[in-house]
Design a protein around this ligand. Structure first.
Ligand code: UDP
Length: 339
């Protein structure tokens, strides 16, 4: 049974990935300093899987703290590195916080992978690295755009750092996964996203509005050059994203890597407008959402959705959940949170 270290295991994608790893027979340990997450999410993981996950409450950006647990990280076959800050607006206000945390943590965990001879590494990247794309759907060969924020820059730099690391260390391999818009929750509603403060992302804002926590949703612009004027994104179920991590690790463990570092888009391939996402939420949950049209949000790209054929062909990944299931499970989780 392969043993995987998940950093950020108490976070949104991290916790769902732990569930998928366990369901596929992996053993898991987590490192999460709980700065933006709650340990109680591991209770949800236990309810779903029956497994108690050990979490080391360590700040990865603190070299000494991480080294102090090297002795506890024996016999690990792979690392999935989720732990990072992800609020775009906050990163504009506090760039150094983002560089210190996201880049510092990455460098330290790569050092750990070298010191502890852990050969396989999966890095959480984002479609934000593409910026405003010329050709849709966007594939992995599209050039990187100008990063819109320090957050986006940490993803571009992160990819480069991982690439350089495996180039210089031939016995290490890495897969970079570029997420489009992960949404939804495990169907059991035992785990899901825990937004901090006022959500910046669409789906938690929708569910909080439906719950009455927010008065109304503002749709950021309906005058874009799209089919209904609102922006287009590729929403992808968090459990599908989670399963791609399991598949990426298995791919490396099976010796299928053709180069030391490879990159995959994780999206459904379907572009969905903001108004379509709202309509799906209303329909599937039989609710009417209080929303208005507002001005455009600065920095938003008009439309982006994935060419996901590489992940499907090489990793054997499949998209299992549709938009309605994303919206249904997101609402079930919100109801659970608010109960
Ligand atoms: N959006 C919106 N109202 C909100 C939050 C988001 O209209 O309160 C829109 C946003 O303009 C974008 C889409 O929803 O077109 C997805 O935004 P999100 O912040 O979730 O993801 P990202 O911008 O990173 O793709």
């Amino acid at each position: 049974m392969a043993k995987i270290l998940v950093t950020g295991g108490c976070g949104y994608i991290g916790s769902h990935t732990i569930v998928d790893l366990i369901n596929n027979g992996f053993e898991v340990v987590s490192i999460d300093n709980l700065s933006r997450s709650q340990a109680s999410i591991l209770d949800g993981v236990k309810k779903i899987t029956g497994k108690e996950i050990q979490n080391f409450e360590v700040d990865l950006s603190n070299d000494g703290e991480l080294k102090s647990i090297y002795k506890d990280l024996k016999d690990i076959d792979g690392i999935i590195h989720f732990a990072a800050y992800k609020a775009v607006g906050e990163s504009v206000e506090h760039p150094l916080l983002y560089y210190k945390n996201n880049i510092g943590s990455l460098v330290n965990i790569l050092e750990a992978s070298k010191a502890l001879n852990i050969p396989h590494f999966v890095f959480s990247s984002s479609c934000t690295i593409y910026g405003n794309v010329q050709k849709l759907p966007v594939d992995e060969n599209a050039p990187m755009g100008m990063a819109e924020s320090p957050y986006g820059m940490t993803k571009q730099m992160g990819e480069a750092i991982v690439n350089d690391f495996v180039k210089a260390n031939a016995d290490h391999q890495s897969i970079l996964l570029r997420y489009f818009n992960p949404v939804g929750a495990h169907y059991s509603a035992e785990i899901g996203e825990l937004p901090i403060g006022v959500p910046a992302n669409l789906v938690p804002y929708i569910t909080q509005t439906a719950m009455g926590i927010r008065q109304e949703l503002t749709i950021f612009g309906d005058d874009y050059d799209t089919r209904d004027g609102s922006c287009i994104r590729d929403y992808v179920h968090v459990m599908d994203i989670a399963n791609a991590h399991t598949k990426a690790l298995q791919y490396m463990l099976d010796g299928k890597m053709q180069q030391n570092c490879d990159v995959f888009n994780l999206g459904t391939g379907n572009g969905v407008s903001v108004l379509e996402a709202v309509a799906s939420f209303e329909k599937v949950n039989n609710l009417s959402l209080n929303y208005k049209i507002g001005p455009r949000r600065q920095g938003d790209v008009v439309a982006v959705y994935a060419d996901n054929s590489k992940a499907i062909q090489q990793l054997g990944w499949q998209v299992q959940y549709d938009l309605d299931e994303m919206m249904r499970s997101a609402w079930e989780w919100q109801k659970k949170l608010s109960s």
